[in-house]
Design a binder for this molecule. Structure first.
Ligand SMILES: Cc1cc2nc3c(=O)[nH]c(=O)nc-3n(C[C@H](O)[C@H](O)[C@H](O)COP(=O)(O)OP(=O)(O)OC[C@H]3O[C@@H](n4cnc5c(N)ncnc54)[C@H](O)[C@@H]3O)c2cc1C
Length: 293
């Protein structure tokens, strides 16, 4: 199918984009990489009156580390750059390591961090990683700017706290604490497919090897990224071990709500989740242990 008729604008500054959005609100859609929006328009699931192309707004394409060690990523930064940028690899290796799981190189060459986060597909990797890393999202409209925490941003399937007239401009990731390890694992039928289920783990240890922070966030296990807080709590103040990973995986089972599909039943998805949780915790904890002097 072809999309319904629409008007097209390609401004070259963020201020112009914000102005146009304030005038058109619900009738307009922003075009980033187009890897989700254009198929949706072709199927006429989305029929904007006006398409505002962000691809000339070069001021939204950047990766910087500020003086506090916080990583700032512009919304139009391509997914391929998230995979290859040395600053990201150094400061948020969980992002760099996860990106090869997102679609195929051709799609990552066009797709952006902002587009993936605003699209808010429960099967997408980037929203899960943002929650795991406690990232924040900066949005701008004619009324000003506001920060949204990643834990409150994702509200349902393809639904975020970002309002129709707001433009996502930046993502901020706090510096990684010392003695922190990370892992992302997922199960997909073929490389590049959306995963059946996946999990991100972040673990911080104290100097004696006890866990002082843990986060487990699941992909495709509910309508949004699912943070299993009670499962993470199992690990706190403990010396980590495979038995504890298995216990956390059992507790996480209560937090997730995977849906059966043509490829997998719910019991199979729950089995995968337990297996992947143990693997992710093992890798994250091993990496954290390696940082203890
Ligand atoms: C075959 C295929 C396989 C894929 N597999 C995966 C996968 O395994 N994992 C995965 O995570 N993704 C996958 N994707 C999706 C891909 O990652 C897309 O790049 C992503 O979902 C959308 O990013 P985009 O930049 O293309 O955004 P677009 O498609 O341009 O936009 C998506 C939505 O975000 C809005 N938007 C974009 N930028 C902004 C902004 N700055 N402010 C406010 N709103 C904005 C748009 O208006 C639109 O509603 C796949 C896509 C395809 C085609």
């Amino acid at each position: 199918m072809k999309p319904a008729p629409f008007e097209y604008l390609a401004p070259d500054s963020l201020s112009a984009v914000v102005e146009i959005m304030s005038e058109n609100g619900d009738d307009a859609k922003l075009l980033a990489g187009g890897q989700s929006l254009i198929p949706a328009m072709n199927f006429r699931l989305v029929q904007p009156m006006l398409l505002i192309d962000l691809n000339k707004v070069s001021e939204l394409d950047y990766v910087i580390s500020n003086e506090n060690g916080e990583l700032r990523i512009g919304a139009m930064t391509r997914q391929r750059r998230l995979e290859t940028d040395p600053t990201i690899a150094r400061q948020a290796p969980l992002i760099a390591e996860t990106m090869p799981h997102v679609a195929h190189p051709q799609i990552r060459n066009r797709g952006t961090i902002g587009g993936s986060l605003v699209h808010a597909d429960p099967a997408a990797e980037l929203p899960v990683i943002m929650v795991a890393l406690d990232g924040r999202l900066l949005v701008r409209s004619n009324s000003g700017e506001r920060w949204i925490s990643s834990s409150s941003c994702f509200q349902g399937i393809f639904t975020t706290d970002i309002k129709p007239e707001e433009v996502l401009i930046e993502v901020a990731i706090p510096p990684m604490a010392p003695r922190t390890g990370w892992s992302f694992v997922e199960f997909a039928r073929r490389k590049g497919d959306y995963a059946l289920i996946g999990v991100a783990a972040v673990i911080t240890l104290d100097n004696s090897g006890h866990c002082i922070h843990a986060r487990l966030v699941y992909l495709n296990a509910g309508d949004t990224p699912i943070e299993a807080q009670q499962a993470a709590a199992v690990l706190i103040n403990e010396k980590l071990s495979p038995a504890l990973y298995r216990e956390a995986a059992e507790v996480a089972d209560a937090a997730i709500e995977p849906t059966a599909n043509i490829h997998a039943s719910v019991p199979y998805l729950r089995h995968l989740s337990r297996v992947l949780t143990v693997r992710a915790l093992d890798q994250a904890a091993t990496r954290a242990m390696q940082k203890i002097q």
